[in-house]
Design a protein around this ligand. Structure first.
Ligand code: SF4
Length: 372
């Protein structure tokens, strides 16, 4: 009898001609994939990587709240609808009672973390931040994931301290980890247009490297879908991968798309932007992020910008984390995009996509899991 050849298991094999057989893809290969790969080929490859890294089929989320201590910001980025001038009627600095009430409510809902970020307020010096952190830690047992690199640099420059000294002081006062905000696209050509007053790419990376060397964990983000070119996205991914090779300090990567409402970038015709990224573009970038960042364990879906339904699809395009319940969110909401959810809805959404929902902490330790 003629022997039929056993079919080779191809689940780990990359499926597009431009997707190489080796494990780590190059910048050139990534660019080719972003430009020409079929969306389903990219999704399948990313999903296989996700399965290899997270074979149990767990999709995690954290219960937390975004707290924005001030909306006054001297940077005035063109893509941001959140900032205000100091003398604007709706400019604010959050008072302590309101802050504590928000933290209490977060803890009552089973929260383990607050994400605390704000604008660069010209009258807030390092003492404000030290007092804020100490006051929270004296009263509450909660992880403080706070102050993105532009804030860290602003605090450092105002106090005439180095980034290392500043991070050290803030950590002593209670800062646990640093969020990856303010990265946008780590290409100074793009930053010059999106946020000319913001720190350059090298300083964003320097803050993260310093935090990692001090033993702190951080996340990394990327905002795409505005004026960048595919090359800029690859430059960004490569900078993150290179730093992660060096320090291993990133817990997760969070790509999200530019939300245009109420922003100068969409309102000023000189920027020639009509729309933000489509769902297909979002999924392709998400999948490529999973494939390129082979040294970062977790990739987050962004339900805050994409909605719960597309976030659910994201779980088959490389994402293994649903981010946070975001009891409160103000920055994306100021663009007019306001998806809201609850812990219960996140659990059901993950479950309906065929995964095991699990609550995690800031460091991606699983605290509790639910039946699939
Ligand atoms: S994105 Fe951040 S730094 Fe830029 S204007 Fe908004 S609050 Fe300020």
């Amino acid at each position: 009898m003629k022997k039929t050849k056993q079919k080779k298991n191809t689940t780990e094999k990359r499926t597009h001609p431009c997707i190489p057989a080796s494990d780590r893809i190059t910048k050139k290969e990534a660019l080719s994939m972003l430009r020409t790969a079929d969306i389903l080929d990219l999704g399948l490859t990313a999903d296989n990587m996700r399965k290899r890294l997270h074979p149990e089929g767990i999709v995690s989320f954290v219960v937390d709240r975004n707290i924005n201590y001030t909306n006054v910001c001297i940077n005035k980025c063109t893509f941001c609808a959140f900032w205000r001038d100091e003398d604007d009627r709706d400019a604010y600095i959050l008072d302590r009672d309101a802050l504590f009430a928000k933290i209490e409510e977060t803890l009552d809902l089973g929260g383990t973390q607050i994400l605390i970020q704000g604008g660069l307020h010209p009258r807030l010096g390092i003492d404000y931040y030290i007092d804020l952190l100490r006051a929270i830690k004296e009263r509450f047992e909660i992880d403080i994931h706070g102050f993105s690199p532009p804030e860290i640099c602003y605090i450092a420059d105002s106090a005439d301290l180095t980034i290392r000294e500043t991070l050290h002081i803030l950590r002593e006062a209670g800062l646990d980890s640093v969020p990856g905000g303010g990265a946008e696209i780590l290409s100074d050509r793009v930053r010059e247009i999106l946020s000319p007053r913001k720190i350059k790419s090298s300083r964003w990376l320097k803050v993260m490297e310093t935090a990692h060397l001090l033993g702190m964990r951080t996340t990394a983000t990327m905002m795409f879908g505005s004026i960048e070119r595919p090359e800029d996205i690859i430059t960004h991914l490569d900078a993150i991968r290179e730093l992660q090779d060096k320090t291993g300090g990133f817990t997760a990567f969070i790509p999200w798309s530019f939300q245009s409402g109420n922003t100068e970038l969409i309102q000023n015709s000189k920027f020639k932007i009509q729309n933000s990224a489509t769902a297909v573009e979002y999924l392709k970038v998400l999948a490529l992020s999973r494939i390129y960042l082979d040294n970062i364990d977790n990739i987050q879906a962004s339900w805050v910008t994409q909605g719960l339904k597309l976030a659910q699809v994201s779980l088959r395009f490389g994402a293994n984390d649903f981010g946070s319940t975001m009891i409160e969110e103000n920055v994306v909401a100021s663009t007019g995009v306001s998806f809201r959810t609850s812990k219960h809805e996140i659990i059901n959404t993950i479950r309906a996509a065929g995964f095991i929902p699990a609550q995690r902490d800031t460091y991606y330790n699983i605290l509790r899991r639910w039946q699939p």
